[in-house]
Write a protein that binds this ligand. Structure first.
Ligand SMILES: *Cc1c(COP(=O)(O)O)cnc(C)c1O
Length: 346
């Protein structure tokens, strides 16, 4: 890995961040707060939230087996994705490399930030070779985006190839693990201390059942976390979100039960789905969704919409011609999908 300073945009490295009232004083012992121009009425929403989300990070750290200085929290993973571009990629100069197909936000954030986005298409098993990504990179490649389990394909990426990239790529490797709770593969979080160029993304939106509260996590070295924290909006995670997440941490056992039940449903739905006449192929899944090639994706998508059932049509995505991405629901929801498709006449 190149020195972090060399990878960081010079203006960001030099940036003196905005210092909020709650940055300057965060002790609990005071009882009279006349420093932040808040309204003294309407407790508790009158107060600015903790800009560094300390209480929440201290609860997340032991569950994820990391130190709280290795955690960044943002308004969804999408905030972390945008911030890594803003921290490391000089607009119009630097570039990033990513697998294709994958999660669409990596390219959207590249386009917003005027950063060249280089795609390397996966093979027929939706796998990649580290060498191909390295070949696509050059001296101005700051980031490589990987997503494992990958969206929309549903499979884990090869761990030896990811490790090879971590060892050989001089920039930063982002491993998006939005779906890792559903995966049989271990998380890359346990490799954080071995690879200073690793950034792992996770989210409260999937296994935690909290897409509405908008809370994403990035895990990396304290130096990288420090850079992201310095350029984020001061109060990027609001108090309601922090409080709800703190409540969720108390019911961690509940999340594990949701995951177990969704994995069981995934087995059931994929088995029954594969028997449908419209199903040509089902790709293996390590996520809470699966990708399937059907006889006519557009027709089936529209047919299901007519029955009030919405799936994701991925037919226009690279390697995904006539593919639908189907999220695992409850047993009654999954059975409604199956019943509807049994009646489908191609
Ligand atoms: C759903 C998803 C996310 C989550 O994004 P949030 O902004 O945290 O809701 C991140 N990455 C991938 C690949 C996803 O599919």
């Amino acid at each position: 890995m190149k020195p972090l300073q060399e990878l960081t945009r010079p203006n960001i490295w030099a940036l003196k961040p905005y210092s909020s009232a709650r940055d300057e004083y965060n002790g609990a012992e005071a009882s009279v707060f006349l420093d932040a121009n808040e309204n003294p009425y309407n407790q508790p929403n009158n107060r600015y939230p903790d800009p560094l989300q300390r209480e929440l990070k201290n609860l997340i750290a032991p569950i994820k087996k990391v130190r709280s200085e290795q955690i960044f929290l943002g308004n969804g993973s999408d905030e972390a994705i945008d911030l890594v571009y803003r921290a490391f990629c000089r607009p119009g100069i630097d570039n990033v490399v990513a697998i294709e197909p994958t999660y669409g936000m990596y390219q959207v954030c590249a386009d917003v930030n005027d950063v060249e986005y280089r795609k390397v298409v996966l093979d027929a098993d939706f796998q990649f070779k580290a060498d191909d990504l390295l070949k696509a990179s050059d001296d101005n490649t700051k980031l490589i985006f990987l997503c494992s389990p990958n969206n929309p394909t549903g499979n884990n990426l090869s761990h030896p190839e990811i490790e090879k990239l971590l060892q050989e790529f001089p920039g930063l490797v982002i491993v998006d693990e939005a779906y890792s709770d559903f995966s049989s593969a271990p998380s890359f979080l346990r490799k954080l201390d071995s690879y200073p160029n690793l950034i792992v993304l996770q989210t409260f939106s999937k296994a935690w059942g909290c897409a509405a509260i908008r809370l994403g996590m990035a895990f990396a070295s304290p130096e990288i976390i420090g850079l992201l924290s310095k350029i984020k909006y001061p109060y990027n995670v609001n108090r309601l979100t922090q409080q709800e997440a703190i409540q969720m941490m108390q019911k961690y056992y509940q999340i594990q039960r949701w995951v177990e039940s969704l994995l069981e449903e995934r087995g059931h739905l994929m088995k029954e789905f594969s028997k449908l006449p419209c199903c040509k192929h089902i790709y293996p899944s390590d996520a809470n969704f699966f990708l399937t090639r059907v006889t006519d994706a557009k027709k089936i998508y529209n047919y299901l919409v007519g029955k009030g059932i919405i799936v994701r049509n991925r037919t226009n995505v690279t390697l995904c011609k006539d593919c639908l991405r189907i999220t695992i629901g409850t047993r009654p929801e999954n059975d409604m999908l199956l019943e509807a498709l049994k009646d489908f006449e191609g």
